[in-house]
Design a protein around this ligand. Structure first.
Ligand code: 5GP
Length: 130
């Protein structure tokens, strides 16, 4: 079955795109823990990150690194936290989250709400540093 992220890749569902190349896509999490919370995915649908072939795994992480570097330039924060959970959407995704302290990575925290305009603005701004 097509994941919601495959539908985003196919353009069937919109996203706030941050960066893209032939194999990978970065876009804002729709339910962010922090302003600028990004998901980085391979376009190929593989549920579990450690089932990716080595080359895709390496390239995904290099792509995520370039996105995280851009995020750090765009957003005032201590650093960009990185984590993989994947219990909700069965399509590999790396969370990149601007953080100031360890608790900012706590997925039990209340999510923030931003307007469509703010989401688009952040995605566009991060993209200018890619
Ligand atoms: P996980 O699978 O890592 O536990 O969580 C999935 C993440 O994907 C969540 O943070 C959730 O907010 C995000 N998410 C779920 N559906 C969508 C969607 O349709 N669009 C976007 N941009 N993010 C989504």
């Amino acid at each position: 079955m097509e994941s919601i992220f495959s539908k985003i890749v196919a353009g069937q569902i919109p996203c706030y795109k941050v960066a893209e190349n032939d194999s990978f896509l970065a876009f804002l999490d729709i339910n962010p823990l922090a302003k600028g919370h990004v998901l980085v995915i391979p376009k190929v649908q593989v549920d579990y990150i450690f089932d990716l072939d080595d080359e895709t795994f390496i390239q995904l992480n290099l792509f995520a690194k370039s996105v995280a570097i851009a995020m750090k330039k765009a957003i005032t924060c201590n650093r960009i936290g990185v984590t993989v959970i994947g219990l909700e959407v069965p399509h590999t995704h790396i969370h990149l989250i601007p953080i100031n302290e360890v608790n900012d990575m706590n997925f039990s925290n209340k999510k923030i709400t931003l307007s469509n305009h703010e989401m688009q603005k952040i995605a566009n701004y991060i993209n200018t540093f890619i």
